[in-house]
Write a protein that binds this ligand. Structure first.
Ligand code: PLP
Length: 630
């Protein structure tokens, strides 16, 4: 626990079991319900599901929906707040049908609605958010078709609110609703002066991409009044960024938004809702701090600040408490899914063995390095000097090699001596109090790289794009002392395809303590908190495509049992090729024709030809990732 801080980032859903395996406790308040991850892996293996796999725990999704809604309800009751909470889930955070369906189902008792930010998402929410008491919030830039679809929703009795992001949208919405004779429900998004701190801080401030200025908001209200549509303006919206790391920005935004609402109410605008957008953060790195991958508050504190903050402004201004809307997607989905991937190899420069026996006429650099190694016993305390000499001679040796001054095997000897020296220094720095700066890097330089059968670009896009930390832990053997420090490299042909930021004992670390691989034994790691954005943002880099997926539910009859409710097959090679405009069956025919030619020419035997043809076709229909089982 100290090493992996599962309890810190796990939101109560994960813990290390006494048997050293990761356990899932998907129902907060009921620790009896407990699933051993190793059994999930075994079951997947038995069903012949190939790794890597996205594992979804639908109970976690349901628990998060209930928790957010219940927290708002409790705070509203405690604060004697007069409005209701009518939250929506922004589908862009994870648009997978099964995820949206589960959220809608779990949210039904709370009239929890959906938010859409594009036409495709709007078409989705029209079909899925059928609860007429729940809200549908429409954000993002909109064309005429978008407006018509929204008005179709009104015709179907839905509480659809079109949030105007720029002034011209208001003009077209009014025109189209008059043409169709359907009253819209309108929201106005305010450009906020408050900026959230963190990766998404540009969602606030003067240069924010979305929203109306205060002058535009007043003009919009007046325009709707002139058009006889004042009664359609119902919501004030703001969103100052996702993953807000500092609770102060939430407080500031609620204070600013509350003031705008109150002033508009006093101007006679009959607003009923204030939508505080998203922003509720996740403690990805377990530090509970204002680091970019964390946040310095809990869900409870966030909700309390929204409810009490709005109440305070409204009471001071003497206006009614609005119903509260929030659009948290990250907090709803992040915990529910993870990626299970297998380690398929280890890369470690420092352990390469090469014969360094002394030879006549060897170059002075080789001799120097050998001398340095053999002097360690009596003269091995000046760590910085050893480091400087070794590094300099190695660099000079590389230049000398390029200039054809030393041979390839001399360079190999120098490299071998160099790593012996670095390994010595690494051992020594653990014994000294003061470690010079350059030597502090040795931990990383000497760490292993574990080759992991997955693609960072598909499964953890934000670790690559914005240095987001995602927790990675071994799923088994956590009762054994991890004796290897590693970073993870993926199987894409890209040196950026790696993870070298981990949840560490003392904050974020550049290596992950992990177990040595045992020959013939599978070793699995889990990449956690991937349910928000990561699940759906992956790209086709190297044509790996979507992962196999399993949906897990806990068994009502046996708290320690579970069942795989659904298996969604990931991309096959032919799927990804078709997306890139190839025609896989034509490719198979072409390859067959070429093989047949070789058969006719006698360079391949007929029986062998059939085998090769079948093999090519099997691979076309197979999984894109490394096949690790027969
Ligand atoms: N609402 C809007 C308008 C957004 O732009 C976003 C994401 O940035 C969200 C909601 C989701 O917010 P979060 O990622 O904090 O859940």
């Amino acid at each position: 626990e100290r090493l992996y801080r599962v309890k810190r980032w796990g939101g109560g859903y994960f813990e290390i079991g006494d048997n050293g395996n990761l356990h899932i406790t998907p129902v907060p308040g009921n620790p009896q319900v407990r699933i051993d991850f190793k059994s999930v892996i075994e079951e997947m293996k038995q069903e012949g599901i190939q790794f890597p796999v996205v594992v979804r725990f639908h109970d976690i999704l349901r628990s998060q929906v209930a928790e957010l809604n219940q927290t708002f309800r409790n705070q509203i009751e405690e604060a004697e707040y007069q409005g209701k909470y009518m939250g929506v889930y922004p589908v862009k955070v994870n648009q997978m049908r099964e995820v949206v369906e589960e959220i809608v189902d779990a949210g039904a008792p709370f009239d929890y609605g959906l938010e859409a930010g594009s036409k495709a998402e709007l078409l989705t929410v029209l079909a899925f958010n059928t609860n007429e008491s729940a809200l549908t919030i429409l954000n993002g830039y909109k064309d005429e078709e978008f407006m018509r679809l929204a008005l179709l929703g009104r015709k179907l009795g839905r509480k659809i609110i079109v949030v105007v992001e720029k002034y011209s949208e208001l003009l077209s919405l009014v025109r189209i609703s008059k043409e169709l004779e359907i009253d819209p429900i309108i929201g106005l998004r305010s450009k906020m002066t408050v900026k959230g701190r963190g990766k998404w801080e540009s969602s606030g401030g003067d240069r924010a991409k979305f929203g109306l200025t205060i002058a535009e908001i007043i003009n919009a209200a007046r325009y709707l009044e002139q058009q006889g549509l004042a009664h359609t303006l119902k919501l004030l919206h703001f969103h100052i960024g996702s993953q807000l790391v500092d609770i102060r920005s939430v407080k500031d935004a609620v204070a600013e938004g509350g003031r705008i609402y109150a002033e508009l109410r006093k101007m006679g605008v009959d607003l009923e809702f204030v939508d505080v957008g998203g922003g509720l953060g996740i403690d990805y790195d377990g530090t509970q701090s204002t680091s970019d991958s964390s946040r310095n508050y809990s869900m409870q504190e966030y909700v309390a600040d929204v409810v009490y903050g709005m109440k305070e402004v409204c009471d001071l201004e003497g206006v009614p408490h609005p119903n509260l809307v929030s659009e948290s997607g990250r907090a709803i989905t992040a915990h529910h899914s993870c990626v299970v991937a297998q380690i398929v190899g280890e890369i470690k420069n420092s352990t390469v063995q090469f014969d360094t026996s002394e030879e006549e006429d060897e170059h002075v650099f080789v001799r120097n390095m050998r001398g340095l190694v053999s002097s360690l016993e009596e003269d091995g305390d000046n760590l910085q000097e050893i480091f400087n000499d070794a590094s300099q001679w190695k660099e000079q040796a590389i230049d000398a090699f390029k200039l054809r001054v030393i041979s390839l095997s001399e360079l190999a000897k120098i490299e071998t001596f160099y790593w012996q020296l670095m390994t010595y220094l690494h051992r020594k720095i653990k014994e000294v109090e003061f470690v010079p700066e350059e030597l502090q890097e040795l931990q990383y330089d000497l760490s292993s790289q574990y080759l992991c059968n997955f693609s960072v670009f598909q499964s953890a896009a934000d670790t690559w794009a914005i240095d987001q930390v995602l927790p990675v832990v071994p799923l088994i053997r956590m009762n054994e002392k991890p004796t290897v420090n590693c970073s993870l490299v993926d199987i894409t042909c890209d040196s950026d395809g790696k993870i070298d930021q981990f949840v560490g004992e003392n904050g974020v670390a550049d290596v992950l303590p992990i177990h040595p691989l045992k020959p013939g034994e599978d070793y699995f790691i889990g990449l956690f908190l991937t349910g928000a954005y990561q699940d759906v943002m992956g790209d086709m880099h190297n044509l790996f495509g979507r992962l196999n997926e399993v949906h897990i539910f806990s068994d009502d009859d046996d708290p320690e049992d579970f069942y795989i409710e659904e298996v969604v097959t990931g991309s096959s090679v032919s799927n990804v090729l078709s997306i890139m405009q190839y025609n896989p069956s034509a490719m198979a025919q072409d390859v067959k024709r070429i093989i047949d030619k070789h058969v006719a020419a006698g360079s391949i035997k007929p029986r062998e030809g059939v085998k090769w043809t079948d093999f090519y076709e099997d691979c076309l229909h197979g999984y894109t990732y490394l096949k690790t089982s027969k």
